[in-house]
Design a protein around this ligand. Sequence first.
Ligand SMILES: [Zn+2]
Ligand SMILES: [Zn+2]
Length: 266
Amino acid sequence: MARLFVSGDPPIVVTDYKQVGTTDYPHFVLFRGRSVKFQTVALVYINGSEYRVSAPPAAIGDALEWEKHFSVRQPAEFNSEIEVRDAFAILAQKEVVEALRKHKRNSNRAEGMHPDGVHCDAQICLNGHVQHCDGSFSSNVHCTKCGAPCIDECTNCKDPIRGSGIYQLTSEYVRPLFCHNCGHPYPWMDKRLRSAFELLQHDDKLSLEDRNELWDLLQYVMSDPKADLSPAKKKLIDIKLGKATALVKDALLDLMAKTAAEVLKG
Ligand SMILES: [Zn+2]
Ligand SMILES: [Zn+2]
């Protein structure tokens, strides 16, 4: 069976999966005293142990439509299976659903092309170094600059990361900071937001209320630096930042400026 999807540490491998309703991989098992045929959608190996993610006997068609009815089994003695419901079983099921969704997204698009049809795919390391933005790369590699793992899809919703536009020079490409699909910050932006948060938490000159208010404002500004801030909001940021220690204030202004510069370039 082909290796389809590898992730995590320890490695999790999802094998090739089946359309349900075919006779490819029937499993006859004793279920409530009857011999029924559960259909293995995919095999998942977690730390070397096999988990069979199966659809109900009556399932037909697109396996994804049956995801709510998936069950997880492990091979047992005498060619039989036992149902498992532990944390690994939940993980195995989750991995299969993700692999199925990814396959579905990829099945109706050209290799290296973003599903929107006007962008290529991009591959970027967790620290934000752009590896490729033209859609041609192999997955599961590490950054040539810093050694961090590379991703080519949103860590939250799994939508592919947009690379350069098909009519755009790759040299003009600017990495996105947020997923266009779900709005979640990419890891490199997440790091920036986290450090802003940390800075605020460690500033003794700010009251808890000041910190919370500033954090709300900063998130807003950093998630959409192009948006016009109302004068009142601008003033509030100035006032609140004015209370912070010089070091924190400078660091936060620097983070905001970096974010704004990147967004405006893109
Ligand atoms: Zn890197
Ligand atoms: Zn997303």
